[in-house]
Design a protein around this ligand. Structure first.
Ligand code: BGC
Length: 269
């Protein structure tokens, strides 16, 4: 058996990689041999820290500031990455945020911010990635695919979420964006899939796990009876990015401790 790492010599852009799930994925891809572009929008110090950890473990990459909702910044990030590393093999469409409010109180600004980062951002990055994948084609020594896109969605691409209509709408949109691109480019050896995380211990949902009371309440939604960790998502991302999943296209892989199993029915109904 060769001891070649699964993502050896591949270049990955991970958006929103300065914290949370993005940081976990960046580290996991690096462990699997990829060179990682650690994208961030405001926290340069946190992005530096993620890259520092990667380098300490023998990995390589750069940090890159870009707001994924801005077309020119996204195009610049891809241009610079390709200039510096030659190509992009893997895009992790991770950058995302919540602006929670009761539906009748959501401002247009909160709506547009969430759709802008969570959905338009995934569109802009995926479009640049697909252009590069089409231009380069398959390089068999690196991967059986011309490129892989992994959209970080959520269980809320299917579970409605009161008080979070903008966020749930953005993730429902990500699902159909992902599937439509997967259908359009499958014959060109481009694979597009999503990961649908449940509750993962990150800054986005700290209110849901920071006190013992909140955590106990959260566990009612999780049959596996533990919150997820960024590493759980990192492991799934490595699999979806590698040739181990070469025949997998257009799916959402839910990594949620069973959150989608309607846990309220365990002792009811
Ligand atoms: C949200 C988290 C939430 C989780 C489960 C994620 O998509 O960002 O805030 O804890 O879904 O509801």
């Amino acid at each position: 058996m060769s001891n070649r790492k699964k993502l050896q010599d591949q270049i990955a852009i991970v958006t929103g990689a300065s914290s949370g799930i993005g940081a976990g994925i960046a580290k996991a891809l690096s462990e699997a041999g990829a060179t990682v572009v650690v994208n961030y929008s405001s926290s340069a110090d946190k992005a530096e820290a993620v890259l520092g950890e990667i380098k300490q473990r023998g990995g390589q990459g750069i940090i890159w500031k870009a707001d994924v909702s801005k077309e020119a910044e996204v195009q610049d990030m891809f241009r610079k990455t390709i200039e510096q590393f030659g190509t992009v093999d893997i895009l992790i469409n991770n950058a995302g945020l919540q602006k929670d409010a009761k539906f009748h109180e959501i401002t247009l600004e909160q709506w547009e911010k969430v759709i802008g980062i969570n959905l338009t951002g995934q569109f802009l990055c995926a479009r640049e990635a697909v252009k590069e994948f089409l231009k380069r084609g398959v390089v068999p020594s690196r991967s059986k695919s011309a490129g892989k896109i992994i959209c970080i969605s959520s269980v809320h691409e299917v579970i409605p979420w009161a008080g979070h209509a903008n966020y749930a709408a953005s993730k429902g949109g990500v699902m159909m964006l992902m599937k439509s691109i997967a259908q359009e480019y499958a014959s060109m050896k481009i694979r597009v899939n999503s990961i649908g995380p449940g509750a993962i211990r990150t800054p986005i949902n700290h209110a849901a796990w920071q006190t013992p009371e909140a955590y106990q309440n959260l566990l009612k939604l999780i049959p596996s009876k533990r919150i997820g960790e960024a590493e759980d998502i990192g492991n799934a991302a490595v699999w979806l990015a590698s040739d181990d999943s070469e025949y997998v296209n257009g799916i959402t892989l839910f990594v949620d401790g069973g959150m989608l199993l309607y846990p309220g029915f365990e002792d009811n109904g």
